[in-house]
Write a protein that binds this ligand. Structure first.
Ligand code: FEO
Length: 404
């Protein structure tokens, strides 16, 4: 008797993953709705498990598998992505089921061997265009290097019209529902956008190329099965269309003001800058870092026309939360937006120049000179901050070719 049940997706394909209701920090990404680690079991003549789960969820996955077959009947394991949320349970799974073969991309083979200190010969390499027989059906592989790891690949069963896309088209969302059409689309849009911004943004050119490549292959896909979140069956074109748009990193009439504050002076400047931007028809996200997580900031930055960063100066430096957020954003390589820096200071006020320098390292052109205000902003300083917002707003209008 299994505590957990497999979920039937097609005649031959079952979901046998795990739901992580509790996780709220996924290596720095705030997963406010938890996540799932999706593993899939294909009941072909060669019984095949696609991906595993994070190590602590090994028992849950095995219980779901055991609800439909004896796990010892698994012949093949395919590892589409070697990150630990999908391979953490691989060693225990192999020890438990003794599969005939484990397949991964050439880079996956290296990564798995390095993770677990294995002889790489444990893994059988498959490359783009390779196809293996599962007896009565087949499985084809397409490497998707750097989407989002060097090892990443997707696998496809033409006879079932199922594409297993590892992290691709996924989202962090714990749910008891397994299919996209069982959940509100606005929640799927919100979480998949956040996932794209925080995981895929730096690889956007590769995403565009992959989507073109998949289009050229003209795969018939009835089910799109990512390794996180629901399986897509009713909104496949919708999610692929979203990814196509997000990969363009197209700026919109939106500005993100992200800042931290010490005695509320930098916060007051942020509010006045917001007012100036608003007067130009710009939609503004004011994100104080005391209450906004870095991954929520990244989500808003993806399609923003401006990133405006504020920090007081503490011991000649940027405030810690601002530095944290900027280092995180730098890695995500936001594009096609303008930047600006501001802040209140007491003695030396280096933070604004330091932020401008960081924006330069991110290849974000400055829309204006930085705004530095000594101590508490008076009415004149607030007028300057408003004008600063107006100037940046005009640059966003130019950038987007839209009018406010
Ligand atoms: Fe879900 Fe890149 O691991």
């Amino acid at each position: 008797m299994s505590a957990f049940k497999a979920v039937k997706l097609t005649e031959k394909v079952y979901w046998v993953g795990a739901v992580d209701w509790a996780i709220r920090d996924f290596h720095g990404y705030s997963t406010s709705r938890g996540t799932t680690y999706n593993a899939f079991l294909v009941l072909a003549e060669k019984v095949t498990l696609i991906d595993t789960v994070k190590k602590p969820f090994f028992g849950e996955m095995m219980s779901r598998i055991a609800s439909i077959i004896d796990p010892g009947e698994i012949d093949y394991i395919i590892s589409n992505h070697s990150e630990m949320d999908h391979t953490g349970a691989l060693p225990d799974t192999i020890s438990s089921v003794h599969p005939e073969k484990v397949f991964a991309s050439p880079m996956g083979k290296k990564a798995i061997a390095a993770h677990f200190h294995w002889d790489p010969s444990v893994i059988t390499e498959v490359r783009t265009g390779d196809s293996i027989s599962l007896g009565n059906i087949s499985m084809t592989f397409i490497e998707t290097r750097m989407l989002h790891w060097p090892d990443s690949m997707v696998s496809y069963i033409p006879e079932e019209k199922v594409l297993f896309s590892q992290d691709g088209f996924g989202m962090h969302l714990a749910s008891s529902e397994r299919f996209d059409d069982e959940l509100p689309l606005h929640i799927l849009d919100e979480e998949s956008l956040k996932y794209y911004a925080n995981i895929l943004m730096p690889f956007s050119p590769l995403v565009s190329r992959l989507i073109d490549q998949l289009g050229d292959l003209d795969l018939d896909v009835d089910l799109l099965c990512p390794d996180h979140g629901p399986v897509w069956r009713s909104n496949i074109d919708h999610i692929i269309g979203n990814w196509t748009e997000w990969a363009k990193q197209k700026p919109s009439m939106k500005a993100v003001i992200v800042f931290d504050t010490m005695w509320h002076s930098t916060a007051t400047l942020a509010e006045a800058i917001c007012d100036g931007l608003d007067s130009q028809g710009i939609s503004v996200r004011v994100m104080p870092l005391a209450s906004s997580g870095r991954s929520d900031v990244a989500t808003e930055v993806l399609d923003a026309g401006a990133l405006i960063v504020g920090s007081p100066t503490i011991n000649n430096q940027i405030f810690p939360r601002v530095a944290d957020c900027m280092v995180y954003l730098k890695g995500l390589k936001p594009k096609n937006l303008v930047g600006a820096a501001f802040g209140s200071y007491g003695w030396s006020g280096e933070a604004v120049e330091q932020l401008e320098s960081l924006l330069g390292e991110m290849n974000i052109p400055l829309a204006s000179e930085g705004l530095k205000i000594n101590y508490v902003p008076d009415a004149e300083a607030l007028e300057k901050a408003r004008d600063f917002g107006i100037l940046i707003g005009k640059k966003v209008v130019e950038l987007t070719g839209e009018s406010g």
